[in-house]
Ligand binder design. Structure first.
Ligand code: BDR
Ligand code: CA
Length: 311
């Protein structure tokens, strides 16, 4: 069983990542840390607690982290995730509080005290992860791998050059990509193809269980926002694909290459500069996802919701 930590900013697709991870027999979710991103630090933290309350997994510790990027003001995504960060349905009020510890200290302590190397799955801006690496660089030798949702080789969403998570805190991303920890980058090249269609959402709502009946309208909101802004025919469940890869590695295909982060470009802030053709001679540091099996991904999502409905 793979032991993981999720650092996230829920967010509809972060919520699906949590659900997928916490219902899988292949993964042990040791804790969740939250970061400002899709919405404010307070809202993403509350959304993580509400998600765990909905699925009856309040045993999983949640630690609240950074309220803003390392050096910049927060850019949120209310047009995609709504004013709450999880618009579309009423989630239960949190039935539990998070831990007292700051996310950065929680990450350091959990990683350092783990008997076996952990896999860290960041699905928001990389602020907490970078802060943890800067505060205690020993964690970089203790992690098995970082499997993150972020970046893109050929695609973009927040600007024509960049993906949201990396754009929001490019300096943090630079720390993480330069850390020496093996990285798998699950970026928009695959996640924008990992669409959960309007027909899939209909099918989900027909399950009408205690989780599916809440998740279906949430995903409908998210899918509609993605249709209005990007013309997509469904909800790209970006963050959940990173978790799916840990459950079934073959859900994506990756290629190892060098990836550097642009922090200064006037038009290209937050671009993940990926050396697809090996023309830079820089050392490969990232397994970049380039292909996705969306039907396998959707199978995993349906299975997870069905498990959570009956728990
Ligand atoms: C990423 O940005 C956020 O809005 C999503 O939750 C996802 O992590 C996609 O670019
Ligand atoms: Ca996210």
């Amino acid at each position: 069983m793979k032991r993981i930590l999720i650092d996230c900013d829920p967010g509809h697709d972060d919520m699906m990542a949590i659900m997928l991870a916490s219902s899988s027999n292949e993964l042990e979710l040791l804790g969740i840390t939250t970061v400002a991103g899709n919405q404010t630090g307070e809202k993403t933290y509350q959304n993580a607690l509400k998600t765990l309350t909905l699925i009856g997994r309040t045993d999983i510790p949640v630690a609240r982290g950074a309220d803003k990027p390392l050096f910049r003001e927060l850019t949120g995504a209310p047009e995609i995730h709504g004013v709450s960060g999880l618009d579309g349905a009423d989630l239960p009020e949190p039935g539990v509080q998070g831990v007292e510890q700051h996310a950065v200290d929680f990450l350091i302590q959990t990683i350092m005290e783990s008997g076996t190397p952990l896999t860290l799955v960041p699905t928001g801006p990389l602020t907490n992860v970078a802060l943890a690496m800067l505060k205690d660089p020993r964690i970089t030798t203790k992690l098995e791998r970082i499997v993150l949702m972020g970046g893109a080789v050929f695609d973009s969403n927040i600007t024509p050059a960049a993906e949201f998570n990396i754009y929001v805190d490019p300096e943090a991303a630079k720390v993480v990509f330069g850390s020496g920890v093996p990285i798998t980058m699950v970026g928009l090249d695959v996640t924008n193809k990992a669409l959960f269609g309007f027909d899939d959402i209909e099918e989900l709502s027909r399950l009408n269980g205690k989780v599916s009946r809440v998740v279906a309208p949430l995903l409908k909101f998210f899918a509609q926002a993605n249709k209005d802004i990007f013309g997509f025919d469904g909800a790209p469940l970006h963050d959940a694909l990173a978790i799916a890869h840990l459950i079934k590695p073959e859900v994506i295909k990756t290629r190892n290459m060098n990836v550097e982060i642009e922090t200064e470009g006037a038009l290209t802030r937050g671009r993940t500069v990926a050396d697809v053709y090996g023309i830079s001679n820089r050392t490969a540091n990232t397994d970049v996802a380039l292909e996705v099996n969306n039907s396998l991904f959707k199978e995993l999502l349906f299975q997870a919701i069905e498990v959570l409905d009956t728990r």
